[in-house]
Structures are given as C-alpha cells and as structure tokens.
Design a protein around this ligand. Structure first.
Ligand SMILES: [Zn+2]
Ligand SMILES: [Zn+2]
Length: 369
C-alpha cells in the first residue's frame, strides 16, 4: 500500500469512527428526548468506546450536576472547562462567570487540515502575537456563509503550550440548566454544532482557503506536492519545509503529483522543484544517530544538511509523536516529528526529546524494511 493510500485509509477510518459515534449520539439524544434515560444509558454503553471514558464523561462523573461544576469554578477564578475530542470534532465546554451571570460555553476548534494550517501560519509569522488576531479574523471569515450565525463568535482560549488555541464559541445562560441531560438538550439547539463538519477537514485544503489566510496578513503556504500547510520555521526543523502532522513532518508523499517514490523526499512550494528522488553517491560521510542508533548522513542530495538514514528510504524522521499526554496537550502540541541527531553533535532538539520521552510523546519511527 502506498503512503497516499495509507493516509487516505487513516482518514477514512477516522471518518467512519466519527460517523458511527455521531449515529450513537443521535440515538442517545432521541432516547433522552423521549425521557427514557435507562435506554439512553444502554445506547451509550453499546458503542465501541463503551469501556473507555472520555474527558467529558469523566468531567460529568466528577461533577454530578451543573451546580457542582459552578461551585468548583467559583474557587477557580470563575471558570471551569473540559477539552474533549468528540467523534464530530474537538470541543471545549466550560462554565464561565460573566458580568450577567454564569454561562455555559462550547468552543469548537479547527481539526486536522485546518488545525495544521493554523499552526503553520502561526509558526511562519514574524510577529506571533499579531498572528493570533490575524488567525482569529481569518477563521471567522473562513466559515461558509450558510453556517454563520450572530450568536457564534471566534475566540482565543487558553492553550497548554505557546501554540494559540482559536475556535468558534457559543454560550448560553446556565440558568435553568440543572442536570447534564438539560445541557445535552440545550446543545441540540446550538447552531455552533452545525460548524463541526467544516471545522474537521480531512481533505487537502483548497488554494482559495490558503489565499483567504494570506488576505489576513498571514504566511499561508501549501506544498505543491501534497497540499499540506507547511512552515520553514518549525523549531525542530529550521529552514526545512515541514507539515504539522504527526507522521510525515518534512516528508512529502507527492500525493498531488505522479511519481510517488519509496525514497523519501521533501515538500516543495513550486511544482517545478518536485524532482524525482536522487541517488546517493556512496561517498557521503556517515555517523550514527544518538537517539535511534541508525546510520545517518547529512550529505544525501535530497536532504542536504539534514540527517537522513543511509538505508534505501533516506528517512529524515527519527521519531514520531507518541500517544502520551491529555487530549488538549496533544491538540496544542508544537512537535510534529523528531529529526535525527548525530552522536557527536549538539542538537537543539535534545531537550524536547527528553521532555517528550518523559511524558510519552516520543515514539521511535517505524523502521521500514
Ligand atoms: Zn508535500
Ligand atoms: Zn535517529
């Protein structure tokens, strides 16, 4: 199976899981509407995620009623929130004290391709503080006309890293919300949820969407080979075009072009530069990577100045992001994939690798072949 197919299969699987869960949620809602809570509980328990809790289900368990959550928020500066990946999107639900009283707020965040574009634009910006406001405006303008509603606003919320967290929010007075079933019913009337399929973009973004982000003063660049949003200013990969995903990073699968190759090549901004993979001369200097211990060179013509393996794949990727960390930490993660580091050379990524190993973000790259 080619890399393109692997990626498509992965997206297809995610989409299938999302659809199954959406059907399950719809069933739960209709059972709750009919007042049959016991039956609703059975439907909740019937899905493939039956045994695994989500941050939101844990939150509900920890705070049996809305008033219990508000009481905790009182002692926590007036806000309590829960970031939870739902099969239809990335949501943050919170209870916030506002001048007019307590409000229940739901924020929907960009996911997959759109999230990668936000991250790449932010990394590319000269002035990253200014970029946050430019991104907020771009995301507001990017919402299709028919999905815009005056009650939905584009907001910046607290991130677990320096990567900004920007999304679309809708809130309502928490007055009258007693149980979490009340909240679930109230959510049914929130137009915000109509944006979820748009926020979760599994396909390559159109050039028009990149152009819209550029119109807002951002540096939005798409790779001509695969369509991914790329940046040359990732802290682990200075001067190298990298995509923000957690598998490919600097490697382009050329899925928009012919000539996919088993030998790994980089992203290109200009289609004319998408050359086929080159051959090594055999005279490249070699050393070992101190993290994965594979033999590496920084003189392969496809990866000049970047450590790549000397096997047939020429992989510049030492490790990928592991599964550690909470859902919101993973969402805010700046790391995409990790580069090799020569045994005898100082590597600026070392501290990030150490940190990532400690919390389980670090996973050795698959050894192909
Ligand atoms: Zn590419
Ligand atoms: Zn390595």
């Amino acid at each position: 199976m080619g890399k393109k197919n692997v990626k498509s299969a992965k997206y297809a699987k995610q989409a299938k899981q999302r659809r199954a869960a959406a059907a399950r949620h719809a069933a739960v809602f209709s059972e709750i509407l009919r007042g049959d809570r016991e039956r609703a509980a059975t439907v909740i328990g019937s899905g493939p995620r039956a045994s695994s809790s989500t941050p939101w289900s844990d939150f509900i368990d920890a705070h049996p009623t809305v008033a219990d959550a508000v009481a905790v928020a009182e002692g926590a500066g007036g806000v309590i929130s829960c970031f939870s990946v739902d099969d239809s999107g990335e949501f943050e639900r919170s209870l916030r004290r506002e001048p007019d009283g307590w409000r229940y707020e739901v924020v929907l965040y960009p996911w997959i391709s759109l999230r990668d574009l936000v991250k790449a634009c932010w990394l590319n910006a000269e002035d990253r503080d200014q970029a946050v406001e430019q991104l907020r405006r771009a995301l507001a303008a990017d919402v299709p006309e028919e999905l815009r509603h005056p009650e939905v606003e584009t907001v910046v919320r607290t991130s677990t890293s320096q990567v900004p967290r920007i999304g679309w929010a809708q809130s309502l007075s928490s007055e009258g919300l007693v149980t979490w079933e009340d909240v679930a019913l109230a959510e049914k009337g929130m137009s915000l949820f109509g944006l979820a399929p748009y926020a979760c973009e599994t396909e390559v973004l159109s050039e028009a969407r990149f152009a819209l982000f550029r119109e807002h003063g951002l540096i939005a660049q798409a790779c001509a080979g695969c369509g991914a949003a790329v940046s040359e200013r990732h802290p682990h990969w200075p001067g190298v075009l990298v995509a923000m995903d957690h598998e490919y990073g600097p490697v382009c699968d050329r899925s928009l072009l012919e000539g996919e190759s088993w030998q790994q090549v980089g992203h290109v901004l200009d289609v004319a530069r998408a050359r086929p993979a080159s051959k090594a001369t055999g005279t490249e200097r070699k050393t070992r990577c101190r993290h994965c211990e594979r033999e590496i060179t920084d003189q392969h013509p496809d990866w000049p100045g970047i450590w790549s393996t000397v096997d047939r794949y020429r992989s510049p990727i030492c490790a990928v992001v592991g599964s550690g960390g909470s859902e919101d930490q993973v969402y805010d993660l700046i790391d995409c994939v990790y580069p090799h580091a020569a045994v005898d050379e100082d590597c600026p990524v070392d501290s990030a690798v150490t940190r990532a190993r400690d919390i389980g973000y670090y996973a050795p790259a698959l050894r192909l072949g």
